[in-house]
Design a protein around this ligand. Structure first.
Ligand code: SF4
Length: 322
């Protein structure tokens, strides 16, 4: 939960999650949607799906793998997580290197390496490994991470309180702020999309479970599609409506912007308000929901679309559903 997310946003969600899933077995037996729903408000829902898949894998194999190498086979376990779990849960000796450790290594050695680079991670592993060899206890890993988090901080390192100060090359040259070099920026991808906002008289909106794509997978949203060059938004939106069983006219609302990891998506919603309840009723993967209080896992994109569709100036259009 803490990956890419601040602690104060996580605390409540963590408590809720642990109440709902008090053991690995309970999590493994739950539906994936329940696990994803428990991440509501935290974003990055892929983490919830991977956590759920890992719980199932561990229960199926009859217990936790204990080495970093075996842990790395579990869904969602990258090199850092595998090393950290092995180190803290099973006293493993593979150094866990997070951004804090990498920053300390870069400053200690005045290394001309960007954050996130394999060479800097290797330097972090070497630093942590050497310290651990002197004092072979998991507290050494924790201490190094804490040093980075609380003393060798990104903006203003407190070198006067640092136990490694006498060995620090960047302090010796008065250049602590020059390290580490920033991570190479990945350019953001721009995409355009359309959504079909089909709303009943009782205010419920038709949502479909996203079954494809690297982003938003498994979340429930109004039917939407990413546009390719040359696609006509209205034509694509009408096709989305037809896939839901709605053949009437749709009206364009105002575009909403949504950022997902390295993508910016501009979604143009098309709206129809329905006078009956028979569109896409009782079909697997579809559901009518109150957009303000959905009971299925969704994205903040739903709230943005709701706001655009309900506050845009639309021509009144009470179409007959089929
Ligand atoms: S002396 Fe300063 S820059 Fe060097 S490791 Fe310690 S806190 Fe970081």
């Amino acid at each position: 939960m803490l990956q890419q997310t601040q602690v104060d946003r996580v605390v409540e969600a963590y408590r809720r999650f642990m109440e709902r899933f008090p053991s690995l077995e309970v999590l493994a037996a739950a539906a994936e949607d329940d696990a994803v729903h428990a991440f509501s408000g935290l974003g990055y829902y892929r983490r919830a799906r991977l956590l759920h898949a890992s719980a199932r894998a561990v229960v199926e194999r009859g217990g936790w793998p204990q080495s970093a190498r075996e842990l790395a086979r579990l869904p969602g376990f990258g090199p850092y997580t595998s090393a950290a779990v092995a180190a803290f849960a099973f006293a493993g000796d593979e150094p866990p290197v997070d951004g804090n450790v990498a920053r300390v290594a870069a400053r200690l050695g005045a290394l001309e390496l960007p954050m996130g680079s394999p060479a800097l991670l290797a330097a972090g592993r070497e630093l942590a490994g050497n310290l651990h060899a002197e004092s072979p206890t998991p507290e050494v890993w924790e201490a190094l991470m804490e040093l980075g988090a609380t003393v060798c901080t990104p903006a203003s390192p407190r070198c006067g309180s640092c136990p490694l100060a006498t060995a620090c090359a960047s302090l010796a040259t008065g250049s602590t702020q020059s390290y580490p070099h920033p991570r190479a920026q990945r350019s953001r991808e721009e995409q355009r999309g359309v959504a079909a906002w089909l709303e009943r008289e009782d205010g419920r909106v038709l949502l479909r479970r996203v079954e494809q794509g690297p982003v938003l997978l498994g979340l429930w949203l109004p039917p939407f599609a990413v546009l390719s060059d040359g696609d006509d938004p209205g034509t694509v939106a009408a096709a989305l409506g037809r896939a839901a069983g709605f053949e009437g006219a749709l009206s364009a609302a105002t575009t909403v912007r949504h950022g997902i990891t390295h993508r910016d998506i501009r979604v143009l919603p098309f709206v129809a308000r329905l006078s009956g309840h028979r569109v896409a009723e009782a079909r697997e993967g579809w559901t009518w929901q109150d957009a303000g209080a959905p009971t299925v896992p969704t994205s903040s994109l739903l709230g943005k679309l709701a706001s655009a569709c309900r506050h845009s100036r639309l021509l009144p259009m009470w179409d007959q559903e089929r």
